[in-house]
Write a new protein. Structure first.
Length: 285
């Protein structure tokens, strides 16, 4: 291996290391695919370095000075190639991950990937919704939350596949337990207006029940408004409307309510939006 070749390799390595301009990411999927492919090449180059080191070891063992010098030159060139290729591979990830994950580009990439993979995924109110799963991007942590389960594998194709797996699992939502919890909160709110109104079908805004259920500061972050809206929809869809003490629930739409802060909107199965305003319980037994 010539001295000039080694010098050229060293110069190339320095040029890559000294590059200040960050690589532009077309898509996270493509960037990771490139890194995956280039890492495979790194494995091959690493094997060449290891082979050179073995030759050096064998030549030193028997004292073959002529071959030893030759193998040192070959090993130096292979090592420089490995360093240069490694830095080039690393450059493919030379972008601000947090900014990319926080921006619209990553969300759009997930939506496009889901469409190509036959998974229904919709964006609403800062969340991505794939019935009955809620996905929230945690850009600062370089992760996402899938129904409050932490997921750090962010390659879009892998993430959408994971969504599909979660969708195919039995639904963890328990409508009867959620209905009883709503009724308890509803009864407390109605009693504040007059105990005689309990069981009379008084309409209470659902947002008031959510505020009661998340009175402690940390509770609203553990159980978000979007999750509550999703659970209300799942309860409505389940058809479970009668409590243990025979009070029948009725959901009320947002007709005439213009203030979005007083309503709950969820992306229903099929992609349409469904908005809820209030709930009432009427005694039937």
């Amino acid at each position: 291996m010539s001295e000039s070749y080694i010098a050229e390799s060293a110069t190339s390595l320095l040029e890559v290391v000294e590059t200040d301009t960050p690589s532009q990411i077309g898509s996270l999927e493509q960037a990771l695919a490139d890194i995956e492919e280039q890492a495979g090449d790194l494995v091959k180059t690493t094997k060449q370095v290891m082979a050179s080191c073995k030759k050096i070891k064998d030549a030193a063992k028997v004292g073959d000075l002529g071959k030893l010098r030759k193998f040192f030159e070959e090993g130096k060139a292979a090592t420089l190639n490995l360093g240069c290729d490694f830095v080039k591979t690393q450059e493919r990830l030379n972008f601000d991950e947090a900014s990319y994950l926080a921006g619209a580009a990553f969300r759009q990439e997930l939506l496009t990937t889901a469409q190509h993979m036959g998974v229904n995924l919709y964006e609403h109110d800062g969340y991505l919704f794939s019935y009955p799963v809620l996905l929230k991007i945690l850009h600062k942590e370089r992760a996402v939350s899938i129904d409050r389960m932490w997921e750090s594998r962010l390659r879009p194709s892998v993430l959408v596949k994971r969504l599909k797996e979660v969708q195919n699992k039995p639904l963890r939502f328990k409508p009867n337990a959620f209905l009883e919890m709503l009724y308890t909160a509803y009864s407390i709110v109605v009693a504040g207006r007059g105990k005689h109104l309990i069981g009379k079908g008084t309409v209470i805004p659902l947002i008031e029940l959510y505020q009661l259920l998340t009175l402690l500061p940390w509770q609203s972050s553990e159980y978000t408004r979007q999750e509550f809206a999703r659970d209300v929809y799942l309860l409505d869809k389940s058809g479970t409307i009668t409590t243990k003490n025979m009070h029948r629930a009725n959901f009320h739409a947002s007709t005439g309510v213009r203030d979005a802060s007083k309503t709950l909107t969820v992306v229903a199965q099929g992609g349409r939006e469904k908005t809820y305003y209030g709930i009432s319980f009427l005694q039937t037994g």
